[in-house]
Design a protein around this ligand. Structure first.
Ligand SMILES: [Zn+2]
Length: 418
């Protein structure tokens, strides 16, 4: 793979070389939140501004205005499950990686330390010292994947904590309340996450439930906003398992909610990759052009551009951080499995062209030593590197959409992956 993603050593900007021409790739500014005020009555609190659309594919570049600043899209959101991106301090995410939005998990924070404690301490941004935007999921995915004992009813889902077995109930309203207490910039509605494969009949029933829950969540959310003008937005989630007709119908019926953005969930649950892309394509074809689209829980580095080509603006995945901790580093030349003996005496950086701290300062031999010794520093350096790679890919994609060269870049990625 010989992709030309060339972030500069200077963390304030990146440089991309295209056809011998140098282009300054602007990173998001530090003070851009000043232009946006969450209590500006004339504008929605989360607003999407389309900047460019690729005429061949429909890939989009935009600006997502949030109460905590502007996010350049398409964007990859690092995952901070427990109000921390494991091993990476917030200042590094902010100043070195240039991240402007993180994801946090409602299920985990609800169970520990508790959303009310976080609210009492000033909200999630203050609690974790993150000045930029935060998106929280509704907790539905974790309830369905982590909690062994659960019962789904039309009202919500009854489950037992994976920590101590205590029973809890999530309803469409209660998960809105939890996310309002956390102070999320973008909250998600409770949805039912189906296992794969599921029958069409089961998938339809589940989709109907997700639709009902979405309208319950919105009704409650709008009522809460009348009492207390909280900044932020609520996104509904397109479900429908791997059935194109259900995905299409679900997306169409969610439009009635007139949300500020839409998510596509229930992907990456074990289905073949082409099917995930097909389901995303069916959904984005229906969703409004002027609203941001977020595909939850994807993907591998080479998949990011494929989702962008379908008109997706936002993505998140634990893959770069989880793989990093397991010793799998993504580079423009493919994966580096750091424990392999071939790296024992290797003085080179993991990726010579990467601008991350690990690649600037350390050899593969040193990183391998840290990994083999079980040193904590390995997780930090490896995660920083993998996130840099993901964010650089997205910045390069965004730049190519703005320049009108996205189809060429897509072709490069496809050739490299073939
Ligand atoms: Zn690196």
């Amino acid at each position: 793979m010989a992709l030309q993603v060339e972030p500069s050593r200077d963390s304030s900007r990146s440089i991309v070389e295209e056809s011998g021409m140098k282009i300054i790739l602007r990173r998001p500014g530090h003070n851009n939140s000043a232009a946006w005020h969450p209590y500006n009555e004339r504008l929605p609190q989360v607003r999407f501004e389309l900047q460019a659309i690729c005429p061949q594919t429909g890939a989009r570049a935009g600006l997502l205005h949030t109460p905590h600043g502007v996010v350049e899209t398409p964007v990859f959101m690092p995952v901070g499950t427990q109000a921390t991106v494991k091993g990476v301090p917030p200042y590094y995410l902010d100043q070195e990686l240039g991240a402007r939005i993180l994801l946090a998990n409602t299920y985990h924070l609800f169970l520990r330390p508790g959303h009310l404690l976080i609210e009492q301490l000033g909200g999630l941004h203050k609690f974790m010292d993150w000045p930029h935007a935060i998106l929280t999921d509704s907790g539905g995915f974790q309830v369905f994947s982590l909690s062994g004992l659960r019962k789904v009813t039309d009202d919500g889902v009854l489950f037992r904590s994976h920590l101590n077995g205590d029973p809890h109930m999530f309803t469409p309203s209660s998960t809105v309340d939890v996310q309002l207490a956390l102070g999320s910039d973008i909250a998600m509605v409770l949805d039912e996450c189906l296992e794969y494969p599921a029958s069409h009949e089961h998938a339809r029933k589940s989709m109907e439930r997700t639709l009902r829950w979405a309208s319950d969540a919105f009704r409650h959310y709008r009522r809460r906003l009348e009492e207390r003008r909280a900044p932020g937005a609520l996104f509904p989630i397109v479900q429908g398992s791997m059935f194109a007709d259900l995905r299409k119908e679900c997306a169409e019926r969610l439009l009635d909610l007139e949300a500020d953005g839409y998510a596509i969930g229930g992907l990456s649950v074990g289905e073949p990759r082409p099917l995930s892309l097909e389901m995303a394509a069916v959904s984005t074809a229906v969703l409004p052009l002027e609203k941001p689209r977020y595909v939850m829980g994807v993907g591998m580095p080479e998949e990011l551009i494929e989702y962008v080509a379908l008109g997706v603006d936002m993505m998140d995945c634990v893959l770069p951080s989880r793989n990093a901790r397991n010793g799998c580093l993504f580079t423009r030349h493919g994966k580096v499995i750091i424990k392999q003996a071939r790296y024992r005496e290797d003085p080179a950086a993991v990726d010579e062209q990467c601008g991350c701290y690990a690649c600037r300062r350390f050899s593969r031999a040193y990183l391998r030593h840290l990994f083999q010794s079980g040193e904590m520093l390995f997780c930090t350096l490896a995660t920083q590197h993998n996130l840099q790679w993901y964010l650089d890919i997205m910045r390069q994609i965004r730049q190519s959409i703005l320049l009108g060269t996205f189809p060429d870049l897509l072709q490069q990625w496809r050739s490299a992956a073939a």
